[in-house]
Every structure is written in C-alpha cells, then in structure tokens.
Design a protein around this ligand. Sequence first.
Ligand SMILES: Nc1ncnc2c1ncn2[C@@H]1O[C@H](COP(=O)(O)OP(=O)(O)OP(=O)(O)O)[C@@H](O)[C@H]1O
Length: 264
Amino acid sequence: MTVRGGRRGRGLSRRGDRGDVAAGPVLRAVGLSRVYQQGDSTVLAVDRVDLDVPSGQTLAVTGPSGCGKSTLLHLLGGLDRPDEGEVWLGGQRIDLLGERALARLRRRAVGFVHQDFHLMDELTAAENVELPALLAGDSPRTARRRAAALLDRVGLADRGRHLPSRLSGGQRQRVAIARALVNEPLVVLADEPTGNLDTTATHDVLRLFAELRGTGQTLVLVTHDERVAATADRLISLRDGATSEDTSPASGGSQLGALLGWEE
Ligand SMILES: Nc1ncnc2c1ncn2[C@@H]1O[C@H](COP(=O)(O)OP(=O)(O)OP(=O)(O)O)[C@@H](O)[C@H]1O
C-alpha cells in the first residue's frame, strides 16, 4: 500500500499548533439546522442547535431513535453540511470550506468511530490504521510505526497482520479507535461505538475511552447505552432535533472506575 504526498501543515491536529485551540472551545455549533426532504414532507433532523465543546471534554449525546443524533455528529465532523448555522473546529469555521479543504481538515482534525466499524475488509488491521496517516502525508515508515504503537495501545499488538474478518467485533472496534487516533485529531466523534458489541467488548471500549479522556482527548459520543453516557463529563439530550437537556451527570464521569468494575 503506497500513498504519496507530503504532509502539509498539521495546524488543526493535536500534533500541530494547539495555541489557537486553547483560546476557545474545540468544537462549536451555532444555530445549526439540517433539513431532509422525504418525499413530499420535510424532516427537521437538527433544529437550531447551539453547542460548545471545550478542549478535553467528553460529551455524550443521547435521545430517542430518529431525534437527530447521527445527523448532528455528521455536521460537527464535516461529513455533512448544515442548511443553517455554523460549525467551528479548532477556531476555524468549517461549514464554508470547499470539498477538498474540508476533506483535508477532516483527515487531520477529526477521528470518526462508527457503530459498524467501517474498516476496509481487504486491508490488515495495521494497514487500516496506517491509511489515514499515509493520506495525511506521513511516510510509510512513520505510518507503520504510529500504527504499531496504537495497536499496542489498544491491546492488539499481535493482531496487526489479521484481516478484519479474522477479528472479533470488539477487536474490530479497537482497530477503528486506533485508526481514529492515528493523526492525533482535535476531536474524536463516535456514533454508537458500543452498539454492536457484547458486554466484554463494551467494557474494553469504555476502558479505552476512559484512557483517552485521561490524555485530554476531546470526545463526542452518540449513545443509547447508559453505561457509556455515564462515563461522560456532560450529557445533552436531543428531542426532535433540538437540545432538550444539557447536564453534567451526577457522577461528572467520576463513576468511571466503578463502571469499569461493574458487576453483571
Ligand atoms: N439521508 C437522509 N434522508 C432523509 N432523511 C434522513 C436522512 N438521514 C436522516 N434522516 C431523518 O432525519 C431524522 C434524524 O435522523 P438521525 O439518523 O440523525 O437520528 P438518530 O437520533 O441518530 O437515530 P438513531 O438513534 O435511530 O440512529 C430522522 O427522522 C431520519 O429519518
């Protein structure tokens, strides 16, 4: 696997200059709305959401099915564009960027984790992790080194040569988390990251998120799982696309240790 191209400017990654990030929230949404057309009717999937996510915060987004959680996450990560409002990432307004600039920024500054992993089936675990680093301009050697270190960090040092089909669901999700981290993004956005996992694998993924939180990684987690939501510093609930509640869980995330030792 060879992807060429020099790494241009790490400005919006955690590997780059963080000065501008320290000045304000890492992620900011202002009056964010997204409308979908469904036949003759329109669906207001996200309805004038305002949101500031400070550096290092773990934010959980919850709410009933269809309330707009995934749409909001996609808007925040530049995978989709709002019909109204603004999205700011690392002090830069991203909703007005052209496609190429937006794609470049996403690669460097956003790590996505999906419910169904989105790994490339024909690439090994290590190659899946290397790919975003290569696309961002790292040399193959650097990408390999970074991927190996991350696979080690997620407890899969001995699985780098395996294809995803030879990994369990929990292992695949840990590879996906390693991949999300390889470019040291400003923010990790995870959409139901434990949605397809059994209890043990959920436990492993939660432990990883706890570690990430400890390193100051900004995290936004969309989840139905109360155990996942309870690990966050802050919880917002969506209803019909709008924020209905914005709270700090009583635990303030401090129940994490207890949760990680939870008893079935
Ligand atoms: N591409 C699309 N085209 C049309 N409507 C869409 C599209 N994507 C989402 N919607 C609609 O927007 C609303 C919000 O969807 P979204 O997937 O963001 O909700 P959600 O809270 O993530 O749901 P779930 O928890 O079931 O995944 C829903 O009514 C959905 O049907």
